[in-house]
Design a protein around this ligand. Structure first.
Ligand code: CAO
Length: 248
């Protein structure tokens, strides 16, 4: 399928120096390559964005306690999220598929390799953590720390970025209440995570309760996934987070 871009108006050129001082800088190699892929994905995948908040009050209490009990090891909220995503995919395998280029065949993947977007000085890289369904939380945390450090300092090989069934992009350490990440083709969905937020919510008996909510932003390929699937999947991620078992 090709897009007819020939009919679009030309890119607007402007003499910025006529308005004031400017400086120019070449776009970095990684940013340029990433940009081309993101542009292709944005133009060729019909994205739909689904936003939800999951209650992680109990999970966060348990995570903080676990970190306090295990000095020297740190589990960030991303680690239970990776594990919960794997379990949600087990319940909704559509989220680990790829659509063929002709749109006729869907490939279901039984492996659970998860891509994690890493912000590096040279641009965005997406290392892939292998077999997250069979790894302990501490193994996932160790691997995430090692591979994101490598991405930032030495870069990654193509093999280290290949084979993910879904990608998670976390901006939770910075902020935000939601965003619309671009799908990492040939995957069919990407989960965006933003900052944990304390909220006062109305309880079933009409009272008020202070809860900790994790905003989840799912972008999905509407050729493969429908809105109801997306809503159920994100709810499933929330349920699996709630049931997450910290290691002994
Ligand atoms: N809400 C609140 N705090 C959060 C959080 C969340 N959702 N997620 C992480 N944090 C906290 C962590 O607990 C940690 O707190 P302490 O320093 O107090 O222990 C702190 O933020 C820093 O976490 P981290 O960034 O070191 O670790 P991580 O596991 O959350 O993420 C990594 C690792 C590599 C994914 C992340 O560092 C990163 O690079 N994210 C950027 C991804 C990105 O750019 N996405 C956009 C892609 S589209 O352009």
């Amino acid at each position: 399928m090709t897009l007819d871009t020939a009919r679009l108006p030309a890119w607007p050129e402007d003499d910025f120096s006529s308005y004031g001082a400017i400086r120019m800088q070449a776009v970095g190699r990684i940013q340029a390559i990433t940009g081309l892929h993101l542009h292709r994905n944005w133009l060729s995948i019909p994205h739909v964005f689904h936003q939800d908040e999951v209650d992680v009050t109990a999970l966060e209490q348990r995570r903080r306690q676990w970190n306090a009990d295990h000095p020297g090891v740190k589990l960030t909220p991303l680690v239970p999220l990776i594990a919960a995503t794997v379990k949600a995919i087990d319940r909704y395998p559509l989220f680990a598929t790829s659509l063929s280029a002709d749109g006729k065949t869907l490939t279901f993947k039984d492996y659970r390799h998860i891509g994690v977007a890493v912000d590096t000085p040279n641009g965005l890289l997406v290392p892939v953590l292998r077999d997250c369904g069979t790894k302990s939380a501490t193994a996932i945390a160790d691997e995430l720390a090692a591979i994101s450090e490598k991405a930032r300092t030495k870069g990654l090989s193509m093999a280290e970025m290949a084979g993910g069934v879904i990608t998670i992009s976390s901006l939770g350490h910075i902020g935000g209440t939601g965003f619309t990440p671009i799908i990492n083709a040939p995957q069919v969905a990407i989960i965006g995570v933003t900052k944990l937020a304390e909220r006062i919510v109305l309880t079933d008996d009409g009272g008020l309760s202070k809860r900790l909510l994790l905003p989840l932003s799912l972008s999905y390929d509407h050729r493969v996934i429908n809105g109801a699937d997306a809503a159920r999947f994100v709810r499933a991620v929330g349920e699996e987070l709630d049931g997450f078992a910290f290691p002994d």
